[in-house]
Design a protein around this ligand. Structure first.
Ligand code: NAP
Length: 316
């Protein structure tokens, strides 16, 4: 049996992604071996492949490197001391974050404590869409202490993180405003948000008296959105590159402001799975690419206009 993986051979364009083959790994005592069904593709994978950010800096002498932090699949072997899962169980995880990666693999060994069970009511596609994006969304909403009745503005509500953040904020009974292009207005309105077309006018001309800003875009767009906030508002800015600038400006204006780096948390992932299983949260899958088309999956993320999540079908 062979284990196909997608590797970054050198930092650069999507063409530097290649298929490599390695032996199927053997689980250590506390690990299980997973036959990966789907692996999530996230903007951080694309940035790292391009040589940007600290995951790239840390792995520059470690190429070829296998990206990927989101996996779902089936347990096919259990380590001697592992007790939580049995062969054929469906599992998902937010793994190897941020330095190790490894999710773009057909087979991978993962410590059983880093995995959660996928309930029968959830597809493996949905389970692979949730870990990094879902936990980023949940942690951003938690950090901002969103509560019932808050007017919440989420920039980029249609993206991988955004579509989940919108739904979590709606479930918390906030009044949710979100920015998107024309093509996503109906989609986001159907999720319960007031959708604002950023192509028509900047957010600052369309939304006011906002209690909480969840920024998933960064840069000038986020700086403009600060004009939508009321006194004492809370800001969570998620793109790391511009976080310092935005927090500084927000604090000067008297707001509470924080950047964040998502942290894997199995209990939270379980809670998100539960929300999906009871219909409180819907994952949107933009497209599933066979693993051999990983380059196209990265190019799709690079468009900046993915609705929901891009996945790799690891057994296609
Ligand atoms: N700090 C952390 O721990 C952490 C964790 C996860 C993600 N992130 C970062 O957070 C950001 C969002 O991640 P993601 O996975 O959601 O990205 P994504 O899925 O690639 O986001 C794509 C979405 O962005 C929207 N968009 C593009 N330009 C926009 C604009 N000017 N105004 C409003 N919406 C716009 C697009 O909507 P339209 O097609 O309608 O334009 C599209 O739906 C990325 O920068 C990512 O690196 C950080």
């Amino acid at each position: 049996m062979e284990n196909k993986q997608i590797v970054i051979t050198e930092f650069g364009s999507a063409e530097t992604l290649a298929v490599a083959t390695s032996p199927v790994p053997v689980p250590k005592a506390d690990e299980v071996l997973i036959k990966v069904a789907f692996s999530g593709v996230n903007p951080i994978d694309v940035k790292t492949r391009a040589g940007l950010g600290w995951a790239a800096a840390q792995n520059k002498d470690n190429l070829p490197w296998v990206p990927g932090y989101d996996i779902s699949g089936k347990v096919v072997a259990c380590g001697a001391a592992s007790t939580r899962f049995s062969i054929n169980d469906n599992v998902a995880g937010f793994i190897g974050f941020p330095l190790q990666g490894g999710g773009y693999s057909q087979y991978i060994c993962v410590a059983e404590t880093d995995l959660c069970a996928v309930p029968d009511a959830i597809t493996l596609e949905a389970a692979a869409a949730l870990p990094l994006a879902g936990q980023t969304a949940a942690q951003a909403i938690n950090n901002a202490e969103v509560k019932e009745g808050d007017r919440v503005l989420i920039l980029a509500g249609a993206g991988g993180v955004g579509h989940l953040a919108v739904q979590i904020a709606v479930a918390a009974k906030a009044e949710v405003y979100t920015t998107c292009s024309e093509a996503n207005l109906d989609y986001l309105a159907n999720l319960g948000a007031h959708a604002v077309n950023y192509q028509f006018a900047p957010a600052s001309e369309r939304v006011s008296d906002v209690d909480v800003l969840i920024d998933l875009v960064g840069g000038d767009i986020a700086l403009d959105a600060l004009k939508c906030l009321k006194d004492g508002a809370r800001v969570v800015t998620v793109p790391t590159l511009s976080a310092e600038l935005i927090c500084e400006k927000a604090k000067l204006l008297g707001f509470t402001a924080n950047g964040m780096l998502v942290k894997p948390d199995i209990e939270q992932l379980d809670a998100l799975m539960y929300m999906v299983s009871v219909g409180l949260l819907k994952t949107e899958i933009h497209k599933i690419y066979p693993l051999e088309q990983a380059q196209d999956a990265h190019l799709q993320i690079e468009t900046g206009h993915t609705r929901g999540k891009v996945l790799l079908g690891m057994q296609c």
